[in-house]
Design a protein around this ligand. Structure first.
Ligand code: ADP
Ligand code: MG
Length: 370
């Protein structure tokens, strides 16, 4: 059954609005967005697609194809704790706070962005929701504002204190291009992906919500707090204020603040080098930057997992692969790799097969798509 038929089945009418947004893979620049740093995401093939029709009353009915579940609420009575419906409620709550005028609606959506895998299924869902409501009610909202509304929804009602990377990538990203964002100024720049490059994206099968690692102090929230603590100790506004020549000053901090700050400083520098490598089609240099970024996330930022490290190690031994790194917030998720064009699929399949044999996990090759 296609999405229109699902809509018809649930609501006995057709939907006049169709909107979709892709998930994203962050090429490099991890855990830098909330430190006013630099990032370089690009859209993935997998996306969230939504059908919407307005209602005359203030009821909102939403069906998720992945959850096979229909949930509802009334505008103005948004409240946290209703599972995935919080993402929709979060958006209407923010739009309402901002004074936008709209009524209730019926919604059906489907996403093939894997959930909890570092590829931003949450931002794809939030951004698509904002854009579907924008289109249905002719609201004046730019794509950047759509991303900011999505972030406020995720920070607010959803309760996840995430940066703006995912939402901007999902809202502004264009196929075949990486989007450089400087979070100190929100300045963006398009970097065209070179023709000799093929991206390989392998999902480890380990989602961050189920990851054994994401307990105690090994989680996103703690990493953010550690960065704030590092800034307080250094008496600076944000870690972006530091450059590689500040390494000595940073090394004097107690653990783990020295390591966290070191990752952010070195990662920002790697983003700038990666842009040059992309612009010149220099896959060797780009690959080396990926491996260095991974080592930094593993050793200094401590957000990797043994399974993820295994995929990166297997990539090193695989022909046609120049570099590999954990992408997204970490504690499970996916690995992004640089391959020669035409080599990605075979290389990705070989790595997936060996990884599966050694761990018993079920990986998924998400790019190149078949
Ligand atoms: P990521 O963004 O890395 O995929 P998150 O934990 O930020 O991981 O977001 C995953 C959450 O987003 C899911 O647990 C679910 O609540 C929500 N979500 C995303 N896509 C869907 C979907 N298709 N149906 C229902 N909920 C979804
Ligand atoms: Mg997310």
């Amino acid at each position: 059954m296609n999405l229109s038929e699902v809509f018809q089945q649930h609501f006995q009418k057709a939907a006049s609005v169709t909107v979709s947004s892709a998930g994203r893979v962050n090429l490099i620049g991890e855990h830098t967005d909330y430190n006013e740093g630099l990032v370089l995401p690009t859209p993935i093939v997998q996306r969230c697609t939504m059908l919407l029709e307005t209602r005359a009353d203030s009821l909102v009915q939403v069906f998720s194809l992945q959850k096979n579940q229909l949930l509802e609420y009334t505008l103005g009575s948004e409240v946290a704790g209703r599972d995935w419906l919080d993402y929709i409620q979060g958006v209407t709550q923010v739009l309402n706070q901002d004074g936008f005028v709209f009524t209730g609606f019926d919604l059906v959506f489907s996403s093939d962005v894997p959930l909890g895998s570092g590829l931003s299924s949450s931002a794809a869902l939030l951004v698509t929701t904002v854009k579907a409501i924008r289109q249905a009610f002719h609201l004046e909202i730019s794509d950047l504002e759509a991303a900011q509304i999505a972030q406020r929804a995720e920070n607010g009602l959803v309760g996840a204190r995430v940066g703006l990377l995912d939402q901007m990538a999902c809202s502004l990203g264009r196929n075949g291009e990486a989007l450089f964002i400087d979070f100190k100024t929100l300045e963006t720049k398009t970097v065209v992906l070179p023709k000799n490059l093929e991206l390989v994206i392998l999902h480890s099968g380990l989602t961050h919500s189920l990851s054994a690692g994401e307990h105690g102090s090994r989680n996103y929230k703690t990493r953010r707090a550690e960065c704030e603590q590092a800034c307080a100790l250094l008496r600076i506004h944000s870690l972006r204020d530091l450059l590689p020549h500040d390494f000595e000053r940073v090394a004097a901090l107690p653990a783990p603040f020295a390591q966290r700050a070191k990752h952010v400083i070195s990662e920002n520098a790697r983003v700038l080098k990666a842009i040059t490598a992309l612009e010149t089609g220099d896959l060797e240099t780009l690959g080396a930057l990926f491996y260095a970024s991974h080592a930094s996330m593993r050793d200094d930022y401590d957000v990797s997992e043994p399974e993820i490290d295994l995929i990166v190690d297997l990539a090193r031994e695989t022909k046609g692969i120049y570099g590999a790194r954990l992408t997204g917030g970490g504690f499970g998720g996916s690995v992004v790799m640089i391959a020669d064009v035409g080599m990605g699929r075979a290389a990705g399949e070989a790595i997936a097969a060996e990884y599966s044999k050694r761990t018993g996990n079920t990986p998924r090759l998400l790019s190149p798509s078949e």
